[in-house]
Design a protein around this ligand. Structure first.
Ligand code: DLL
Length: 433
């Protein structure tokens, strides 16, 4: 464990959170007109925060609020104290901009060191960092984390897969940091290049995140590389990666001395009890440049506070099921891409490379899943392909309660991602515009 605070008694963590929450509320109220207006509308003054229960009286912040104050309107420090700026491009509108002071960078390194310590990464480890370097927080976040714990970091970034594999092998990399989809692609290319990903590399652990991955995909990845799968979760608006990390028991602990999590009902905004599914909301309590109050992540998950065998007392969350804005509503039924993926990864004869296409046929929505088959299945003839397709369609109906048309496509024909995978093509949106 990197820091003893991770297993501190609940009361100690809560006392720390309350003190820091009060400071953060005061800070944003006095320094940012937007927050002052929102607090006033909600009828609460920072001085009225007496317990953590009062958090729910504070107003929410959304991505739209960040965009409306583009680029630096919600910063609480003058620009001469900002030492780093990152930005994420959304699908629509202006990019989201986030800033860090020197102190914020220290917090980020600290939570990334905790992340790497989930698998005891440290001096002697060689860390192949395949997260994209640049405005995306993945590359630099893991870079600083690996350095902080004393590992040697190889700033490979995304892409250049063959060269990356060569370096990974020759440098004896023990740690891989990557999106799950890119790691899967790397395993595939490794096999094409004549390597056995399970035995020709020195890898022992992978830190995977930045996009949802079903349990099936997680198992497939740890099996493909023969490594321990550690999940990393985070978002740029809060700090980047390092908001939560999976322990060896698979529980995704939130570093709640820095980021207070809540789960709310996305429709009513009401806070839900532990164990109930809803939208994840974070309040940062140590950030200086861009503290953020009750940020609505759009990520759907549940929080848990049961004791964890790893000894950490910090609450943990389920792996994110999907983003509420990724949720497809197909003829009234809610479907997350991760549910489709779950079905696919349970089946023999196919690979987890897929894309979901939603379209309209008359008044009805129609869902199609294109999935790449395994090379070996061709040997079994056409009958085998037909049978596979039928079984897949049945499984989808059983698990998702909707009719899905499955199209089996040849191996390696769907586009590969070097970063976050794009799994959905919604043709209904294009028509509506
Ligand atoms: O993706 C930060 C990150 C980098 C996390 C590397 C982990 C590893 P953004 O680009 O701002 O930041 O995207 C944040 O990605 O709201 C989730 O929807 C999604 N996401 C991040 N981690 C996970 C995860 C980085 N473990 C958005 N599982 C978040 C599912 C994830 N979704």
């Amino acid at each position: 464990m990197w820091n003893n605070i991770e297993c501190a008694p609940k009361e100690e963590i809560e006392a720390l959170q309350l003190r820091r929450l009060k400071e953060t509320a005061r800070r944003v109220y006095h320094l940012v007109p937007f927050y002052r207006e929102r607090f006033d509308e909600a009828g609460i003054k920072p001085g009225e925060i007496k317990s953590l229960e009062d958090l729910k009286r504070l107003p929410f912040t959304t991505k739209q609020d960040l965009r409306s104050h583009y680029p630096f309107g919600l910063f609480t420090v003058p620009m001469d104290q900002v030492v780093r700026i990152h930005s994420s491009s959304g699908t629509t509108g202006k990019p989201t901009v986030v800033g860090y002071t020197r102190h914020d960078m220290e917090v980020w390194k600290e939570v990334m060191a905790r992340t790497m310590s989930m698998a005891d990464v440290g001096p002697g480890d060689v860390c192949n960092n395949a997260y994209g370097y640049g405005l995306f927080t993945g590359g630099l976040g893991f870079h600083y984390g690996a350095e902080k714990v004393g590992a040697a970091v190889v700033p490979a970034s995304g892409g250049f897969t063959k060269r990356q594999l060569l370096l990974m092998k020759d440098f004896g990399a023990t740690v891989l940091c990557s999106t799950p989809s890119f790691a899967l692609h790397m395993a595939e290319v490794a096999r094409d290049e004549g390597y056995d990903p399970r035995s020709d590399f020195n890898l022992r652990v992978g830190f995977f995140g930045a996009e949802p991955a079903s349990q099936g995909l997680r198992d497939a990845l740890s099996d493909a590389w023969d490594i321990l799968y550690i999940e990393a979760y985070g978002l740029s608006e809060i700090i980047g990666p390092g908001v939560a990390a999976g322990c060896p028991h698979g529980n995704l602990h939130v570093f709640e001395d820095h980021f207070i999590p809540e789960v709310i009902d996305p429709d009513t905004g009401e806070v839900l009890p532990y164990g109930e599914e809803g939208e994840l909301v974070f309040t940062t309590v140590t950030k200086q440049a861009l503290p953020i109050i009750r940020y609505r992540t759009r990520d759907i998950t549940r929080l848990h506070q049961e004791p964890c065998p790893c000894g950490r007392t910090m609450v943990f969350m389920d792996s994110v099921k999907g983003r509420s804005d990724d949720m497809l509503i197909v003829n009234g039924v809610n479907v997350f891409p991760s549910q489709v993926e779950h079905v696919l990864t349970k089946m023999e004869g196919i690979t987890p490379n897929y894309v979901i296409i939603v379209d309209k046929k008359g008044v009805l929505d129609k869902l199609e899943v294109w999935v790449e088959v395994d090379e070996n299945i061709f040997a079994d003839g056409l009958g085998a392909l037909e049978e596979l397709k039928r079984r897949l369609q049945n499984e989808m109906l059983n698990e998702l309660y909707i009719n899905v048309r499955v199209k089996l496509v040849e191996p390696k024909t769907l586009e590969r991602s070097m970063g976050k995978a794009k799994r959905i093509i919604d043709k209904r949106e294009a028509e509506g515009m």
